[in-house]
Design a protein around this ligand. Structure first.
Ligand SMILES: Nc1ncnc2c1ncn2[C@@H]1O[C@H](COP(=O)(O)OP(=O)(O)OP(=O)(O)O)[C@@H](O)[C@H]1O
Length: 642
């Protein structure tokens, strides 16, 4: 993972921490603010709608929720509970490690006294061997402790990741769009990486450092309580430094995180919309926006680096004060005969040995804070209530459905993508059980929006959609639109996700029903051929047929088809029309049609204009009425019914 300023996570630029102190990673972790109270759907009852302020005419974004600090802590405990034994073992190992670390300074003090008193070289060698043995033991214990922590932490993180991905997949597309796909991607990518790094480095670092600190205090007290007191004089300076740092770093990292997410969102949006950006010559505008966001990210990274340098500078002062006091105390104690030179040496060495753990502790406090913010953002998504069953996508439908078609009524549907700019104005549309209704109208009339609302992919701003269920089961609506995804896997896998466990004969029958049997059989390994990214690329027509075959297998009582034939070319489009008719047979169906031939064969046609249904009736009836539909039909026929 890279930090926002391009340096690898876990490292810092040279010169930030000079002298004897360790260089430990306070990585500028983009950390989101803890969520504000809101009418959200997280299990914590809080839905932090972190609206990122708009820039340059952008629409404000409502980021996905972030869990409260309390809920985050609770989730971390829940996730580690099954591995409590290992966690306790890790603490015990780190404690033994810290105790073994005391051997070094004591042995060196012993060597000093032995040499001063003219002792034998054998005694010195013995002390040196103790030193070596202690160092080896420490190496083994440190590795064991880190291994235990990694096993506890990685297991917990894997569970959390699974939950986040499951929830993310169940989120209504509208919610993801509102937040920007970059927000979700940043959480699953950057935040998960941040937490994983914390599990690997921060937790062992914090635990080891805290225990070393405690053991060293015991060691100093054992030499003479006044050494411990002198060493403790550094603590107020360190505490003040930490407070000073955290007060500045918390909002800084939070803002840095937001700025990073904004940059990711903007980049993703510009790249994924590259064709549109080119077509409308928006390149310069998008480049400027990316530059602005990148400049923001760089500015915040620089501020974070400056802050860390000042933080380490203050820590050096604390170390100097503590060490100077210990040397003064040692001098006084040796002079009045209450301590030996070796003991004063050991005390000074014990204190110097603390530089590392103290700095680790303080530096990691910031990183731990960032990781906690990342974890809060992951838990926020993991706690989201799964999308309603009607919020469906074609891929999401897997369970077998209730038999028989249902009636659908969409009443008083209003929809604003942007507040105050309605694109649907109180639309009423009813479908009788098993009826096929086709939506027609000019581009931008609102057909796709209405279709997605009926399918449950968008929640309407006002109005309601009712799918009257038969006995027992809940409503089952399946949406097939032009965003058909071919997953990397075999053709059979791609079909089975619509009906897990279906027999090969069912898969073949579904392919046959949508006219795909021919090309599927001709594949090098038939149903076992790997398709999708990295495998055989399916044509847009084949991908649409695959979507329709999944529809046949999922067997939903209600189906919404939107532009399934759009990308297939006119020959392919006619084939797809036939496949679609076959796939929706026996179901209640709402079909968005751009080719009016589809409308002619539907039970009923609804004509939309500027967000309203302006005409409804059969093809023949509407032609006879000589209204909006008749004009559309005439125009379509004049273009050669392409
Ligand atoms: N995600 C969105 N955000 C903002 N506005 C949108 C969004 N999707 C559609 N719109 C707007 O809503 C209006 C209706 O669009 P919609 O796609 O529903 O129309 P349509 O009749 O299906 O058009 P087409 O035939 O071109 O697909 C249009 O003005 C469109 O620009």
């Amino acid at each position: 993972m890279n930090t926002t300023d391009g340096t690898p996570a876990g490292t810092e630029g040279p010169g930030e921490r000079g002298g004897l102190a360790a260089r430990r990673g306070a990585v500028p972790g983009p950390a989101a603010p803890v969520g504000e109270p809101g009418g959200g759907r997280s299990a914590s009852g809080r839905d932090g709608k972190n609206a990122v302020p708009p820039r340059d005419g952008d629409t404000p974004r409502s980021l996905l929720p972030t869990a409260t600090a309390r809920r985050t802590w609770g989730a971390a405990r829940e996730l580690t509970r099954p591995r409590r034994g290992r966690a306790l073992a890790a603490v015990a190992v780190f404690a033994a490690d810290a105790a073994a670390g005391l051997a070094g300074p004591f042995a060196l003090g012993w060597i000093v006294d032995t040499v001063r008193e003219g002792g034998t070289s054998g005694a010195v060698t013995g002390a040196a061997l103790v030193l070596l043995g202690a160092a080896l033991l420490q190496a083994v214990l440190t590795a064991t402790g880190a291994g235990l922590v990694a096993r506890v932490g990685e297991g917990a993180l894997a569970r959390l990741r699974e939950r986040v991905v499951a929830r993310a997949l169940a989120l209504p597309s509208q919610r993801v769009e509102e937040a920007g796909t970059g927000d979700l991607a940043a959480r699953i990518g950057d935040d998960a990486a941040l937490v994983a790094r914390a599990v690997r480095d921060v937790v062992p670092g914090l635990a080891g450092s805290a225990l070393t600190l405690a053991a060293t205090l015991v060691g100093l007290t054992a030499l003479d309580w006044r050494f411990a007191l002198a060493g403790l004089c550094a603590v107020p300076i360190q505490a003040a430094t930490l407070r000073w740092y955290l007060r500045r770093s918390t909002p800084l990292y939070a803002r840095q995180r937001e700025v990073g997410a904004e940059r990711a969102r903007q980049t993703l949006e510009s790249v994924s919309g590259a064709a549109t950006v080119r077509a409308f010559r928006l390149g310069a505008r998008h480049t400027r926006r990316i530059e602005e966001r990148s400049a923001d990210a760089v500015a915040y990274a620089q501020r974070a680096t400056t802050l860390r340098s000042r933080f380490y500078g203050r820590l050096n002062v604390a170390e100097f004060v503590g060490l100077a006091l210990i040397l003064v105390v040692g001098h006084v104690l040796v002079r009045d005969g209450s301590a030996r030179v070796g003991e004063a040496t050991a005390a000074a060495l014990l204190f110097v040995r603390l530089f590392d753990p103290v700095n680790t502790l303080l530096a990691l406090a910031g990183t731990a804070q960032e990781a906690a913010a990342g974890l809060a953002r992951l838990v926020g998504v993991a706690d989201l209530v799964a999308a309603s069953p009607s919020g469906t996508s074609e891929e999401a439908r897997t369970a077998p459905s209730a038999p028989g078609p249902y009636a659908v009524s969409a009443l008083g549907i209003r929809h604003d993508y942007r507040p105050g700019h309605p694109v649907l104005h109180g639309v009423d549309l009813r479908l009788a059980p098993g009826e096929h209704v086709t939506l027609v109208g000019a581009s931008g009339a609102g057909k796709s929006t209405l279709a997605r609302i009926v399918a449950g992919a968008h929640a309407p701003t006002a109005g309601s959609v009712t799918v009257r269920a038969g006995a027992g089961e809940g409503p089952r609506v399946l949406l097939v639109d032009q965003d058909t995804h071919v997953f990397t896997g075999t053709l059979a896998d791609n079909l089975l996700l619509a009906r897990p466990g279906a027999a090969a004969s069912d898969l073949a029958a579904a392919l046959r029903a949508v006219g795909a049997e021919g090309w599927a059989r001709a594949l090098p390994e038939g149903l076992a051929t790997v398709v999708g990214a990295g495998g055989l690329a399916l044509t847009p027509l084949q991908a649409q047929q695959l979507a329709l075959a999944r529809l046949v297998l999922a067997d939903p009582p209600v189906v919404v088809l939107d532009e399934a034939a759009a990308e297939a070319g006119s020959e392919g489009a006619r084939g797809l029309e036939r496949a679609a008719e076959e796939a929706i047979r026996g179901r209640t169906a709402l079909v968005v049609a751009h080719r009016l031939g589809q409308a002619a064969r539907a039970d009923r046609v609804a004509v939309m204009e500027a967000g309203r249904v302006v005409e409804e009736g059969t093809h023949a009836g509407l032609l006879a009425a000589d209204g909006a539909y008749a004009r559309l039909w005439a125009a379509w026929a004049a273009r050669g019914a392409e």
